[in-house]
Design a protein around this ligand. Structure first.
Ligand code: SF4
Ligand code: SF4
Length: 120
């Protein structure tokens, strides 16, 4: 949408009120709601990718034996999914996890790793 607005400015020497209004609306929504609310909840592309993501074969996994429950992984997750839920495998929202690996990177015990295969 931003690119389209830029093109509109160059080609028509004006702005589209609808497009600019939508962009501002999204910015306000992102500012005053939870982080990445648009990507997580409303964007059609994000929704489709999330659904595909639930079936991915390359995903993160936690080794419960190594976890010391320090919650650094929870703090690092940009989507607030709480990767510690992987320890109990309850309520972990696979539709929001994008495999970024930040939880894995901060874990002091190497308890989170990538694995290949279907989730159990
Ligand atoms: S891989 Fe990224 S998105 Fe998924 S739980 Fe870890 S930090 Fe969150
Ligand atoms: S960062 Fe590692 S050790 Fe700490 S709670 Fe998360 S998985 Fe467990």
């Amino acid at each position: 949408m931003f690119g389209r607005e830029l093109m509109y400015i160059f080609t028509h020497k004006s702005i589209s009120l609808t497009g600019t209004g939508l962009l501002l609306g999204i910015l306000l929504f992102e500012t005053f709601s939870t982080s990445r609310a648009w990507c997580n909840s409303l964007c059609p592309s994000g929704g489709a990718l999330s659904l595909i993501g639930t079936k991915r074969l390359w995903h993160i996994k936690m080794n419960k034996e190594r976890c010391i429950y320090c919650s650094r992984c929870n703090d690092a997750c940009p989507y607030y999914i709480d990767p510690m839920k992987l320890a109990t495998e309850e309520d972990f929202d696979w539709t929001k996890c994008d495999n970024c690996g930040l939880c894995r990177d901060v874990c002091p015990k190497g308890a989170i790793s990538y694995v290949i295969g279907r989730r159990k």
